[in-house]
Design a binder for this molecule. Structure first.
Ligand SMILES: NC(=O)c1ccc[n+]([C@@H]2O[C@H](COP(=O)([O-])OP(=O)(O)OC[C@H]3O[C@@H](n4cnc5c(N)ncnc54)[C@H](OP(=O)(O)O)[C@@H]3O)[C@@H](O)[C@H]2O)c1
Length: 237
């Protein structure tokens, strides 16, 4: 007897779903019977996702810090797939420099992507999740949100801010059957940092390892809310 795919009919929005962890999530949703609206800025990366995964995927090109993009993500999920069950706030950038050397524009761009984008997408999705009777908002944060390091002031602050934001949001919306959870990975083997996906980085977590945590969360019992998950390489270099 063949069993139904785990996420049959589930509609997800994955910001930054065209590469790295986001792409692993997009592929994982489709493999489990779900449909996905993917955001990203690069047209060619989005086109590559559609040609690989076909009609189970819809794309919205644009900057996650643009309120119009957040609205377009919800509209696309509703028009193409009939609603939305989960928002995965994954899009993020890392710019690493000492505060004394960091350009103000780099600070603003990082906070806009990693924090304001999460606010905009979360705010936009709440009515759609309520209409569905509940759902999930899952944030891809980082252990850097807990463990600060020199040269990481902007990135660490953005992820610490995300953790705090997510906790408040979780307390606000759980009465509406909306579960908010935050995943905090350590180093992941993606192109997030220059050369970060090269073979000598095999000791890191894979993008699929992080995606698996999200699928495990989605499979948790309706009574439970694992609100924060830390995951790190089992054998650091
Ligand atoms: N890699 C790690 O070691 C690591 C560790 C802990 C946490 N994380 C977090 O995991 C998340 C994903 O990281 P990753 O390693 O998968 O990075 P990645 O491989 O660089 O992929 C980032 C994705 O986000 C999209 N994106 C970036 N800025 C965007 C914007 N302003 N608007 C819309 N989309 C945007 C990118 O597409 P475009 O460039 O085309 O827009 C891409 O699809 C991030 O939040 C990151 O902070 C990563």
């Amino acid at each position: 007897m063949t069993s139904k795919p785990q996420l049959d009919g589930h509609v997800a929005i994955v910001t930054g779903g065209s590469r790295g962890i986001g792409l692993a999530l997009t592929c994982g949703f489709v493999a489990r019977g779900g449909r996905v609206v993917v955001s990203g800025r690069s047209r060619s990366d989005l086109d590559a996702v559609v040609s690989e995964l076909g009609a189970s995927v819809a794309v919205v090109q644009g900057d996650v810090a643009d309120p119009a993009v957040a609205e377009a993500l919800i509209r696309t999920a509703t028009e193409r797939f009939g609603g939305v069950d989960s928002l995965i706030n994954n899009a993020g950038v890392g710019t690493f420099a000492n505060v004394a050397d960091m350009a103000a524009e780099d600070w603003h761009r990082l906070i806009a992507t990693n924090l304001t984008g999460v606010f905009l997408c979360s705010k936009a999705v709440i009515p759609a999740l309520k209409q569905r009777g509940g759902g999930w908002i899952i944030n891809i944060s980082s252990l850097a949100g807990r463990n600060s390091f020199a040269g990481g002031a902007a990135y660490c602050a953005s992820k610490a801010g995300l953790n705090a934001f997510a906790e408040s949001l979780m307390l606000e919306v759980r009465k509406d059957n909306i579960r908010v959870s935050t995943v905090m990975p350590g180093s992941v083997q993606t192109a997030f940092s220059a050369g970060g996906d090269a073979p000598e980085h095999d000791w890191k977590l894979s993008a699929d390892d992080v995606a698996q945590v999200v699928f495990d969360l989605l499979g948790s019992s309706a009574r439970s809310l694992p609100s924060r998950v830390e995951i790190r390489p089992s054998k650091p270099k």
